[in-house]
Write a protein that binds this ligand. Structure first.
Ligand code: TXA
Ligand code: MG
Length: 326
């Protein structure tokens, strides 16, 4: 029997084959996909996102077995990480194979690859049969979409087809690991924790998260809602929010679990979940919600930077970063 889902996946694979753009769910966030080997389609991704062409994309594969079709000189550590964490929220940066066009890598001789852990993404990748380059399906610098309506609200008709796979389980993007050498390092914290990577590798991993900011074309503010984001110590969140509200701001508050019972006079309050996994899953939705409720300022604090807290803190810092577009 052909279900609606199967029909949708076949339709989406056809759109990719024809050089179109398909938004699809992954376990992290929704991606804006194109045939990785179609330079014109890849170029359209940058236009639709408003993203500088020097800013490289991730190639999504159906199976780790296809890795050597896309990259070369794969170190043993990279194979170990792929074997252990794929399908899953881990992206490996490796040496580019000839099949990957330079449009997809922003001219770099390395390429980012991952096998996502989502049944709809994997069905699409299998039906299509090739690699799919996909950044998060949002305009450049904005909050990533974690549900299909977010994609439609942000990209509308600019995308040829939206595959709806429900809300994303992980909620923040994949962990990016530079695996070109024998000693890997983290370029972006994400859905696979540093602790899990270190347990598999048996040694500590450096986090060079700021170095990915220096990838040409990136600017400090990213993952940003419309409202300005201010970060303070957890015990100062309530006082900071109330002061700003009194000054005339429409304040949205990310209320940390440690002060959950404190009443707060603000425009909108999000009581944060105690588990960092639930916080990560909800993070981008909370930012969107506060924008929708008309907040112009969001007061938040950083979680403890361990486990998923590392990725959450990274996104909050970037959301609070200086806005060069303002
Ligand atoms: O979870 C995810 O990773 C999502 C889903 C859709 O897979 N994708 C995603 O893509 O977050 P995007 O384009 O929003 O972020 C990709 C990041 C960029 O910051 C880019 O700089 C980095 O990957 N990247 C890609 N290729 C790279 C390379 N060759 N060297 C260093 N960084 C690279
Ligand atoms: Mg993105």
């Amino acid at each position: 029997m052909v279900t609606a889902r199967t029909r949708d996946i076949e339709k989406a694979a056809g759109v990719l084959r024809a050089g179109g753009l398909v938004a699809f769910p992954t376990e992290t966030v929704y991606g804006l996909g194109a045939n990785a080997e179609d330079s014109a389609a890849v170029t359209r991704i940058f236009q639709v996102k408003g993203r500088p062409p020097s800013h490289p994309l991730i190639v999504h594969l159906a199976d780790a077995q296809h890795l050597d079709d896309w990259v070369q000189d794969v170190p043993a550590t990279a194979r170990l990480l792929a074997e252990r964490f794929w399908p899953g929220p881990l992206t490996l940066v490796l040496r580019r194979g000839p099949r990957v066009p330079l449009e997809a890598t922003g001219g770099l001789e390395t390429v980012a690859v991952r096998v996502p852990d989502h049944p709809v993404a994997l069905a699409l990748l299998s039906a299509f049969g090739g690699g799919v380059t996909a950044p998060s399906a949002n305009r450049f610098g904005q909050v990533s979409p974690t549900a299909a309506p977010h994609v439609r609200a942000e990209l509308g008709d600019a995308v040829d087809f939206v595959l709806d796979g429900g809300p994303c389980e992980v909620g923040v993007e994949s962990t990016i690991v530079d695996a070109t050498g024998e000693v890997p390092s983290i370029l972006r914290p994400g859905g696979v924790t540093r602790e899990d990577l270190e347990a598999v590798l048996g040694r500590p991993l450096a986090v060079h998260a700021t170095s990915s900011v220096r990838v040409p074309g990136q600017h400090p503010s990213h993952y940003a809602p419309r409202a300005r984001v201010v970060l303070v110590e957890p015990e100062k969140v309530v006082a900071e929010a109330e002061t700003a509200q009194e000054l005339g701001h429409q304040v949205g508050v990310f209320l940390p679990p440690s002060v959950a019972d404190t009443p707060v006079k603000a425009h909108a309050v999000v009581a944060l979940p105690a588990s960092t996994a639930a916080y990560a899953r909800g993070l981008y939705g909370f930012l969107r919600e506060l924008d929708q409720r008309g907040c112009d300022l969001i007061v938040a604090s950083l979680p403890v930077e361990e486990g998923m807290g590392l990725a959450i803190a990274n996104r909050l810092r970037r959301a609070a970063g200086p806005r060069t577009t303002e």
